[in-house]
Design a protein around this ligand. Structure first.
Ligand SMILES: *Cc1c(COP(=O)(O)O)cnc(C)c1O
Length: 402
């Protein structure tokens, strides 16, 4: 019998009942705007910022409208403006170079390794080209942060971390987003907490935090923040910082707070599923798993494999066969951008010189989401299907070889 998977790769879990109750309370109050507070009320958004700062051990936290907005705000806060070069990963999703382009700044793309992390040699070679690195922990793969920070500190490069896929992750015990000057997170439906849209930004730097708060649209109400620096940090900045509205509202914050409390438990559930996929695919001829370093605390909310040296039509045949059995895979080697997936050559506004080594890796890179609506058995089934189809396509190819 041919097994088939019938689950949905885009179906997330429901919002916890506690979050629904908190959201209803906000709706009933009518005070959805973060600065619309009753006497003595602190507000869900300010409380969320306080909760998240405590979770990752940051001094300051700001909640905003999206992860992409958090990235653009971080870039503005460190002084990036039109025409400025910004180093970033070639292997990431479109909102990352998009945040750079939104300021009229210029992305300088850095290659990817077979560990799916930023190529530190390429970064070292390009380090003189910019004073800021927007580092994307794409698909939750964290590079050697000790080496990266040593390199960037040595070259006078400020690091902003894109932690859209690493909320809850860490490197040598330090939470992801806490190595660079600013860490940015997404609360969009497909990330680790879900408010539909939403973003968070953390830093220990009072001047950066004050600028970010003002940029997000605080007017002169910054004293209503619970995880922002004191008024002295705003003394000059309030006259110099434009208001680029992108606040989070109390409704989304209310939904998010119980999810943050559940995050460690959710991370354990993701990783259990990840390990079942990994075990099910181990030693499949033609397929390579991504090694996870011992220093990396990862969140297995998505799963990647490499098909080293596979021709495009062979990969396409595999995708078609897997899709027919209900397993939807994304391919970073596709000639055209599809759905959420695009490759750096597709971003014509971020012109990059050819990167043959990265191209070779991306040409064989498959990716799938692992929503928590998948059971552990679902993950075992997905691994069996992928393994069988890889063997089939791989063997057919071997049989045709002269
Ligand atoms: C989703 C995502 C973002 C942006 O988050 P939004 O909240 O959707 O704006 C940034 N970087 C990566 C890698 C992402 O996947």
């Amino acid at each position: 019998m041919t097994e088939r998977f019938t689950g949905s790769f885009t179906q997330q879990e429901p919002i916890p009942e506690e979050g629904i109750a908190a959201a209803l309370a906000v709706l009933r109050s009518g005070r959805l705007h973060r600065y619309n507070l009753a006497p003595g009320e602190l507000g869900e958004t300010a409380l969320l910022e306080q909760d998240f700062a405590a979770l990752v051990g940051a001094k300051y936290c700001l909640a905003v409208a999206s992860g992409g907005y958090a990235l653009a705000t971080a870039l503005r806060a460190v002084g990036i403006g039109p025409g400025d070069p910004v180093l970033t990963n070639a292997f990431t999703l479109a909102p990352v170079p998009g945040a750079i382009a939104s300021l009229g700044a210029r992305p300088i793309l850095v290659g990817v390794t077979e560990a799916l992390t930023i190529d530190l040699e390429d970064l070292a070679a390009k380090a003189g080209a910019a004073r800021v690195l927007l580092l994307s922990h794409m698909r939750g793969h964290i590079c050697d942060m000790d080496r990266l920070m040593a390199l960037c500190d040595g070259a006078g490069i400020t690091v902003i971390e894109d932690c859209a896929h690493t909320m809850g992750g860490s490197w040598r015990g330090v939470p992801s987003g806490r190595h660079g000057a600013i860490g940015c997170y997404s609360c969009q439906t497909y990330k680790h907490v879900n408010s539909g849209e939403g973003g968070l930004l953390v830093t220990d730097d009072a001047a950066l935090a004050a600028r970010a708060v003002l940029l997000s649209g605080s007017y002169m109400l910054y004293e209503r923040h619970l995880a922002a620096p004191g008024p002295e940090a705003f003394a000059e900045a309030r006259f110099e910082t434009p208001n680029i509205s992108g606040r989070m509202d109390n409704l989304r914050a209310a939904i998010l707070r119980p999810q943050l409390r559940a995050l460690p438990r959710q991370v354990a559930r993701w990783n259990r599923r990840y390990r079942v996929l990994e075990e099910g695919l181990r030693d499949t001829p033609g397929l390579r798993l991504i090694a996870r370093p011992a220093d990396e605390g990862y969140v297995g909310s998505s799963f990647q494999v490499l098909l080293p040296g596979w021709e495009g039509d062979k990969v396409q045949a595999l995708l078609t066969r897997c899709a027919a059995r209900g397993v939807e895979l994304k391919w970073f080697g596709a000639p055209e951008p599809v759905g959420f997936t695009s490759r750096y050559e597709h971003w014509h506004y971020a012109k990059a010189p050819p990167m043959p080594q990265s191209d070779r890796i991306l040409a064989g890179l498959l990716d799938m989401r692992v929503p928590l609506t998948f059971s552990v058995e679902d993950c075992a089934l997905i691994a069996r299907i992928l393994r069988e189809e890889v063997q089939r396509v791989h063997n057919a190819d071997a049989a045709c070889a002269p």
